[in-house]
Write a protein that binds this ligand. Structure first.
Ligand SMILES: [Zn+2]
Length: 163
């Protein structure tokens, strides 16, 4: 993807600064957007010293707000860094993508907010049907709005989206 196209698409999708789109894969029902964080260093969450030493990376998918009736799935390449501070107890840490998705969440913060709003306004099956109509689906399984409300990081529900 041309850098100019990536910047334009990032703007259209309203992605935070520092997130770069590497490719887009549209289908009839989905728009898979591959993204990476472009910062060369990340601060250790323990000692707050920046590290540029990458240990490894892994793939992670999160649902985002639908676009023109299609599910939007962000396919993230998440890096793990080595903390190089000798006195720090943290050896390896995962980069954070603040403003987009929390650690272990399977939906972006803005999709969680929309699903919660649907769940609170419509509730149960009615909220699920409305989510279907607007093209909202969980990347793996459709999450009902009531489940999203119960499991969101902002509530005290017992469930958590592990990952
Ligand atoms: Zn550290």
């Amino acid at each position: 993807m041309e850098p100019k196209e990536a910047v334009l698409l990032s703007s259209i999708l309203h992605l935070p600064v520092g997130i770069t789109i590497t490719s887009v894969h549209p289908s009839a029902t989905e728009l898979v957007v591959r993204i990476v964080c472009c910062y060369s260093s990340m601060p250790c969450p323990e000692c707050h010293q920046p590290s540029t030493r990458i240990h490894s990376n892994y793939q992670r998918t999160v649902g985002d707000l639908p676009c023109a009736g299609r599910n939007v799935i962000l396919a993230l390449t998440v890096r793990k860094f080595v903390c190089t501070t000798p006195t720090c107890s943290r050896r390896i840490f995962t980069e954070r993508l603040p403003g987009l998705v929390e650690s272990y969440a399977r939906m972006t913060g803005r999709l969680i907010a929309l699903v919660q709003a649907l769940g609170l306004v419509a509730g149960g099956q009615m909220g699920t049907r409305q989510a279907d109509r607007t093209g909202i689906a969980h990347p793996i399984h459709l999450v009902t709005p009531s489940h999203a409300v119960a499991c969101s990081p902002n509530t005290s529900g017992s469930g958590a989206w592990g990952g």
